[in-house]
Design a binder for this molecule. Structure first.
Ligand code: GDP
Ligand code: MN
Length: 382
């Protein structure tokens, strides 16, 4: 789970990593309140789950209370790469002498933690990696040995930071590694890590991804978990126990088994369509599960045609047919449905569906034919 900057800084502060003092605000009035309790100038920062806020006008240095009000007003509601700003961080402005970059993440192929440090911070690290890969000093840390101070010193030396930053950098990087491990993080990134005019090294930004599977080990992570942005469709599906992932196309997909569901998404793509979702109803799904799945797909306004792809093993054809009939009975299905039904009791299922067949409900002899039909129908509707 990805933390917003202010949550990331809370996480850092809990691990004794220096961050500027500041406060969280959900409205212009709250932003003004936070600023009034501090000394000006302050920085007003958009809190969204994406980077590049500075360039998008989401980070403003302000010198008067009037400017706080004005910029808070402008930034709230701003669309940054599709993320609407709903809250702000107002923090003390820092006197930046230099901007660096640092991060820790897991390098699976090396089976080690990878630390990266660069004297060229404040810009996107991908740019630095492309333009000047030598400017990123890397360190691979054996998780069983941890990061020792001498190793950390060598790493800082390799990154050629300003010598004035050496002690501060070594200290903050050791704490950052500790926070990353003890906090069960998948990623910690500080960009920029700054050297201030009076020689301190502090975290000016925070990008933290915590391991969602570790929530139970940290009492305070429940709040982070609750504040994750969620796809409404995914929430509805998950509450019904369905394995659902929202995608951006217009062919709704229902299949039994994750492998078949993935193949179904692929084959829709192969014939020139695009799936609106991945939905696995699992093995041995009964009529009720099938009906719930159709309900979820039917509620997605992006869906123009529905492709039900079932190869029954434990799942039985007549249960699938019963579920489809029940769903049509219960709700008004907006899009035409194309069904491929094979495997256990498939014939029985097809026989049950026979009386209901129309231009809104079709049976296809095989998966490829069904993909073609569903894609064509979705294209006509679009
Ligand atoms: P990002 O664009 O989403 O990565 O947001 P950052 O928090 O990294 O801020 C972007 C840039 O704004 C930084 O690289 C700094 O150059 C600038 N900035 C942020 N906070 C301050 C501050 O307190 N003082 C000054 N002078 N500049 C700041
Ligand atoms: Mn940044």
């Amino acid at each position: 789970m990805d933390l917003l900057e202010y949550q990331g800084k809370e996480f850092f502060a809990a691990h004794d990593i220096a961050v500027p003092p500041g406060g969280f605000a959900k409205s212009v009035e709250e932003a003004v309140g936070v600023a009034e309790a501090m000394e000006l100038p302050v920085v007003v920062k958009a809190q969204v789950h994406t980077g590049g806020r500075g360039k998008a006008g989401g980070v403003k240095l302000v010198r008067t209370m009037e400017e706080v009000r004005q910029h808070a007003q402008n930034i709230l509601g701003l669309d940054i790469k599709g993320h609407i700003v709903e809250c702000l961080l107002v923090e003390a402005a820092s006197d930046i002498a230099e901007e660096y970059y640092t991060s820790f993440t897991l390098d699976r192929s090396e089976r080690k933690h990878l630390g990266m440090l660069s004297a060229q911070g404040g810009v996107e690290i991908e740019e630095v990696a492309e333009r000047d890969p030598e400017a990123i000093a890397k360190i691979w840390v054996d998780p069983l040995e941890g990061l020792t101070e001498p190793q950390c010193r060598d790493w800082v030396a390799a990154a050629k930071l300003n010598p004035a930053a050496t002690e501060g950098a070594v200290s903050i990087l050791l704490k950052l590694y500790e926070a990353y491990v003890a906090g069960d993080a998948d990623l910690v990134e500080i960009n920029p890590l700054i050297l201030t005019g009076n020689g301190e090294v502090i975290a000016l930004d925070a990008k933290v991804t915590l391991d969602g599977n570790a929530v139970f080990r940290h009492k305070n992570y429940a709040a982070y978990d609750a504040s994750q942005p969620r796809d409404e469709r995914e929430q509805a599906a998950n509450s019904k126990g369905l394995q659902y992932v929202g995608l951006s196309g217009n062919v709704g997909v229902i299949a039994n088994g994750a492998g078949l569901a993935m193949s179904t998404v692929d084959v829709v793509n192969q014939v020139g369509g695009a799936a609106a979702n991945f939905l696995d109803i699992g093995g041995g799904a009964n009529a009720d599960v099938m009906a719930s799945a159709l309900d979820v797909i039917n509620n997605d306004p992006a869906v123009s045609a529905i492709f039900i792809n079932i190869f029954g093993g434990i799942t039985r054809g007549e249960e699938i047919a019963k579920g489809v009939i029940e769903a049509m009975d219960r709700v008004d299905i907006a899009s035409p449905i194309v069904i491929r039904l094979d495997g256990t009791n498939a014939q029985q299922g097809r026989d049950m569906l026979q009386p209901y067949l129309s231009d809104k409900l079709m049976l296809s002899p095989n998966m490829l034919d069904a993909a073609h039909r569903a894609t064509a129908l979705a294209g006509q509707a679009a």
